[in-house]
Design a protein around this ligand. Sequence first.
Ligand code: ACO
Length: 381
Amino acid sequence: MPTTTPAIHRGLAGVVVDTTEISTVIQETNSLTYRGYPVQDLATHHTFEEIAYLLWHGELPDDAQLRDFQARERSLRPTNRTTSALLARLPETCHPMDVLRTAVSFLGAEDPTEDDGSLTANRAKSLTLLAKLPTVVAADQRRRRGLDPIPPSPELGYAENFLHMCFGTVPDPETVRCFETSLILYAEHSFNASTFTARVVTSTLSDLYSAVTAAIGALKGPLHGGANEAVMHMLLEIGDPQRAEEWLEEALAAKRKIMGFGHRVYKHGDSRVPIMQDALDRLVARAAGPETTRLATLHAALQHTVIKRKGVHPNLDYPAGLAYHLMGFDTPTFTPIFVMSRIAGWTAHISEQLAHNALIRPLASYDGPGQRPVPASIWCP
Ligand code: ACO
């Protein structure tokens, strides 16, 4: 009987696997909305805490709801001694994303909350991770610099507190706003690879910490969240704005992907880039100096050259990578910062997946050998 070959959607490109109420990219206007609100407006007028609340609850908080949310988040920021001691024992040769993945797994093992998969239990776990991950990331960067950790401050907002834990001081409001903008833009992006990973794990009715641990693993790769670090390595490798064109030709000839460019969903430019680029421009203006000017000129020159030569546009990681460098973060801390933000989106999706769960289990078209007998020598050695 003739069989029809099923259509293969390698990389699930163009496949719609479920519905979501959390966010969408509106192709006609090339804009991203969280729960219906344009992210440009959210990034201009709101804080990251409000965005996390919006993603989890579907609406922005009123004053009382925000105060309650902030109080609970701030009270959960410290990590206990066991967690800190465990993380301090990890080799400094491991990537900070490995530290974060280990931290989430350990926090899950320690969490006494009953694992009934209920929305209430998952909201509590989500808030625990949102609050504690910045403490872990900041302590890890300081450890690698040979410095003692700085405890979280309940007096400071999410972005300010993280910057204070990293650097021992809260930078100027413009820098804090630039950092907060990046957190808001990174917070959610529908069924991207790491969010889908979290949904796959959740679909088996596994727990939230397992889903987030797996999502961190997916985000680490340079085709996804790891690209913000790869952008910085690339800029430092090129070094001189005059070399951008020559470097690009060599990279394309070697079939290298240009980090921070291209996107599965946006083919005419990432809607988040103009907002982040604007924040980066303001940061560059503040931090003026020969090194900053050289990097900013190179950044602009490479962008111009890649668009002209390949027609591929920058994604959010391109301006965010340089912005984090100029703020003073070590390059390996860039992707963990992405985690601190995307944890809001991942956990919103975990709750949504559980609310209408169906086990995620696609098919594959087999193209290995046909059925054949096992050789007798294998049965009777
Ligand atoms: N450098 C060079 N060429 C590129 C790039 C790039 N960064 N991105 C896309 N292209 C080209 C491809 O070579 C291909 O050209 P061709 O048709 O002539 O072969 C075409 O654009 C389509 O590219 P695909 O790889 O098929 O697009 P896909 O949707 O599969 O890939 C991806 C998207 C993985 C993000 C890709 O653009 C890439 O590797 N970018 C670099 C890594 C990166 O920046 N990742 C961050 C993504 S955003 C985020 O996670 C926040």
